[in-house]
Design a protein around this ligand. Structure first.
Ligand code: ZN
Length: 685
């Protein structure tokens, strides 16, 4: 819920030149001034995935100490790669190692269709950090025949397969056949179907030998409902049953994942030495202490220190952070982002957060559900320098942390927009024909090209920095009252907040937007996506499961239906193709406001039935005829609906045994990078 993922399948390019608002929002021209003109954003495409690279503009202008800090934090970011593979599924590391050995050593025909399909499969495993799709969490099956696996292994004589004690290569082959091909083995990484045992039906590796009921009882016993500052129970451990006893195997140095955490701590130690301030040094040292002890109170102390640090340029996420990967929402996957502040673009988010109370006071929700005083909203635009763990290669475009509710309430949260990542998406999509296919008019295409990038970033700012933090629960309402619908509704609330305010004169008045045309571009794109283009991510015959996608269809469809009488959004058929056209932007804005008021009421009162009704009525069901049409049109464009990134390589320049500079190299390819990471950063068995 605190992570914003790319909401549009393809973002757009911006070509406007004049922003007479003091330069708070970076134009494409300004962006170009700091990025290299002929930079190759596109790397390669396979299956449903597009691999890109991102530039790190401004790195050269940092001082040597900051560069070193980023370099050491980046090394620490790469040390946790094996952890996320193992967390996603207990056999992922074995699968990856086996496939890589084949890839490096196979001596048969490397030009055959089967071998090409093998390579695609391996690339997908790298991308997903395992055998399950990174987005749908379903297991994907290789496109080569099962028999071909024995051919591959037999003709890789020099391969060093990961045999366990007493295991033979033939046994590994058997095991791989069933893991890769048997649709009944580990079919889903995370099951959210509450009619079954969520743990038993999920392949993720956070529980072993325990049922959902046992796990819930284990933690219920520890929790004190009256504790105002509860630790994040179960966050950094695997829950196992041994000889009938249920216990936690804690992620720490000397414990589970110890070898990887030890390496991360090694680089963090070096980072601490070149921290920008005493405060930042204390943050890094606290994190090391947490890795040493696994103590969750130390983790809270770390988060409080981290959220209070607002002045340094360099910042990072490193650790067990988000809980989407656990069906019970307790255990966190390991991730890392290393970044530095984009000072110029941050002026924009500072204006937004400085006016947080104004936005709260003027929102169309019932005054009973508003916060009297909004505090601790800090927001910045960052330039990403390295991605790791669960943020690599598929990355969020915005993050809002920490996650503990009481820390957010007492100490605030930090919200970031990752603008060099959104810019790379945008640039890699230029000229791909997507807009031309799905926009109703030339005017719509022009608006999208001119303002799409800016509008998308502003939406992210408002969603992260204000949307999630807005509103309050009525006394006595449980934050868990909306259960399995809570994520979709929470994302709706944040999106609606952003959509409502994007078309407010206040945005122009504050100087963060040149005109309301930016909002029009966003409204067009949002409705087009919510009613049509996001369906390209859904298999024919299936409905929508993913929370962000449910939220987008919920909002778009609700507004379409409620606006029918006044023709606010019109469905138009042209040459046998379906389009959606907005006829009245102000009325649409009012509909966004009305739905925001209702979703806020549902959350504030914990009205589960109304929430369920909204999501099930508008967010889930797909019109099969339109779905097929959209897929057909999309396939003709030969685009990939999901994207991810290779990292730049940070290289120290050593003179007289001292680091004299750090350079950024962008030349590494996808397979090359993955194999290098497996060689240099593989610390777990
Ligand atoms: Zn969100």
């Amino acid at each position: 819920m605190r992570k914003q993922i790319l909401s549009f399948i393809v973002t757009l390019t911006v070509v406007f030149t004049a922003c007479n608002t003091g330069g708070d929002m970076k134009t494409t021209d300004e962006m170009k001034a700091t990025t290299t003109e002929d930079f190759q954003y596109f790397v390669e495409q396979f299956a449903d995935l597009k691999i890109m690279r991102y530039q790190v503009p401004g790195f050269e202008d940092l001082n040597l100490q900051q560069k070193k800090l980023i370099y050491y934090l980046s090394e620490a970011a790469l040390c946790g790669r094996d952890i996320i593979f193992d967390q996603n599924y207990k056999n992922n590391l074995k699968v990856r190692k086996t496939l890589e050995e084949i890839y490096k050593n196979y001596q048969g025909n490397r030009e055959s269709e089967d071998f090409k399909n093998f390579v695609v499969y391996l690339k997908r495993v790298w991308f997903s950090n395992g055998i399950h799709h990174h987005y749908s969490s379903d297991k994907f099956i290789p496109a080569f025949p099962v028999e071909y696996l024995s051919e591959l292994m037999k003709n890789s004589p020099d391969a060093d397969f990961p045999v366990a004690d007493g295991e033979t290569v033939a046994q590994i082959q058997q095991e791989m056949q069933s893991i890769l091909f048997d649709p009944t083995v580990a079919p889903k990484k995370v099951s959210l179907d509450s009619s079954g045992d969520l743990i038993k039906n999920s392949a993720c590796n956070f529980y072993e030998g325990v049922t959902q009921a046992e796990a819930e009882a284990f933690y219920a016993k520890q929790k004190d409902p009256n504790d105002p500052t509860p630790i994040s129970y179960g966050l950094n451990s695997k829950l196992v049953k041994e000889n009938g006893v249920i216990k936690e195997e804690v992620y720490k140095i000397g414990g589970l994942y110890g070898p990887a955490l030890e390496k991360a701590a090694y680089w963090l130690n070096k980072a601490a030495e070149v921290a920008e301030s005493e405060h930042q040094k204390a943050i890094i040292e606290k994190l090391i202490e947490f890795y040493q002890t696994g103590d969750l109170e130390t983790f809270d102390e770390f988060n409080i220190l981290w959220v209070q640090e607002l002045s340094a340029s360099v910042d990072f996420v490193n650790g067990f952070t988000e809980t989407y990967g656990d069906p019970l929402g307790m255990k966190a996957t390991w991730e890392s982002v290393v970044d530095f502040k984009d000072e110029e673009a941050t002026k924009r988010t500072e204006i937004i957060s400085a006016n947080a109370q104004w936005f709260e006071d003027h929102s169309p929700t019932d005054p009973r559900f508003k916060k009297e005083s909004v505090k601790g909203v800090s927001a910045k635009v960052i330039t990403v320098a390295q991605l790791g763990g669960d943020c690599y290669p598929s990355t969020p475009i915005g993050i809002n942390l920490p996650n503990a509710d009481w820390i957010r309430a007492e100490h605030g949260s930090k919200s970031v927009t990752m603008e060099n990542i959104t810019y790379a998406y945008d640039q890699a999509a230029i000229g791909n024909g997507f807009l031309e296919e799905f926009c109703y008019s030339e005017e719509e295409i022009e608006l999208a090209k001119k303002y799409g990038f800016m509008a998308g970033n502003l939406h992210t700012d408002l969603h992260e920095c204000l949307g999630h933090g807005s509103g309050k629960l009525l006394p006595g309402t449980s934050s868990e009252a909306l259960k399995n619908y809570s994520s979709a509704l929470e994302e709706s609330r944040a999106d609606l907040f952003a959509l409502y305010y994007l078309m407010d004169d206040k945005m122009v008045e504050l100087g963060i937007m040149p005109s309301l045309d930016v909002a029009k571009a966003e409204y067009n794109g949002y409705i087009r996506n919510g009613l049509m283009t996001q369906l390209t991510r859904i298999e024919l015959g299936k409905n929508i499961e993913q929370a962000h996608m449910r939220n987008r269809q919920l909002i778009s469809k609700w507004c379409y239906e409620k606006g029918l009488a006044e023709n606010v959004i019109e469905q138009v058929k042209k040459d046998g193709k379906t389009y959606y056209k907005i006829n009245d932007y102000n009325k649409l804005r009012n509909l966004f406001g009305a739905l925001l008021a209702e979703v806020q009421r549902i959350k504030s009162e914990g009205d589960y039935e109304a929430g369920k009704d909204l999501v099930e009525t508008y967010g889930v069901v797909v019109d099969p005829t339109l779905h097929k049409e959209v897929i057909d049109r999309y396939q003709k464009l030969n685009l990939a609906p999901y994207g991810g990134f290779v990292n730049p390589v940070l290289k120290p320049v050593v003179e007289n045994d001292e680091i004299a500079d750090i350079t950024v190299d962008y030349s590494e390819g996808y397979a090359e990078q993955m194999l290098r990471y497996s060689r240099d950063y593989s610390f777990l068995k």
